[in-house]
Design a protein around this ligand. Structure first.
Ligand SMILES: Cc1cc2nc3c(=O)[nH]c(=O)nc-3n(C[C@H](O)[C@H](O)[C@H](O)COP(=O)(O)O)c2cc1C
Length: 173
């Protein structure tokens, strides 16, 4: 659904944006595109975002691969430069390289902690968080073909789309 269709169908149009930092294998970018497809949102990198421009959006997704148990430096630094948002709705999403047996909800939320805190400080209301596995060939893992090969997979993308629908519903509340 594109933005025009989204707005025509809905009495309370929501203008969404998805911002993603994804450098290892483009894993998180795949999730960003799946989410943006449902929302009818543009996808931008942190470098493409001017903090003042975010004023025009009602719902902003911030996504990153997980590097050393947190979001990547460019998106963390973008959050430091944001203007005060007075309750604007945001959501977080990430892909991690840990095996699924370790990566429960608590693990995902811990990885999001720093970014969530920064957004709270800037007055954002974080209304949802999504995480899934991503192919990881960091360090010695490259000698063994890496962990989570093939992830995110079709099921991960479907889950991301379902999450995006949930975020759109919550944004309209
Ligand atoms: C330098 C580096 C550090 C990483 N640190 C972690 C980590 O702390 N925890 C984790 O679960 N995965 C870690 N990973 C794996 C990535 O989170 C995973 O591969 C992710 O899907 C990468 O997303 P991207 O392709 O969008 O960059 C790391 C990967 C790299 C390259």
């Amino acid at each position: 659904m594109d933005q025009t269709e989204n707005n025509l169908k809905n009495p309370y149009p929501v203008k969404p944006l998805v911002i993603v930092f994804s450098y290892h294998h483009g894993n998180t970018e795949k999730i960003a595109k799946a989410i943006a497809g449902v929302l009818g949102a543009d996808v931008k990198t942190p470098e493409q975002v001017c903090p003042e421009d975010l004023r025009e959006y009602d719902l902003i997704g911030f996504g990153s691969g997980i590097y050393s148990a947190t979001f990547g430096p460019p998106i963390l630094s973008l959050s430091d430069r944001l203007s005060y948002a007075a309750g604007k709705k945001a959501f977080l999403f990430s892909t991690y390289g840990a095996p699924d047996c370790i990566a429960n909800r608590e693990f995902i939320e811990k990885n999001h902690y720093e970014m969530r805190e920064k957004l709270h400080l800037k007055g954002y209301a974080v209304i949802g968080e999504f995480g899934c596995a991503g192919w990881n060939t960091n360090s010695f893992l490259k000698y063994f073909g890496g962990l989570n090969k093939g992830r995110p997979n079709a099921e991960d993308l479907r889950n991301a789309e379902a999450f995006a629908r949930e975020m759109m519903e919550k944004a309209r509340e």
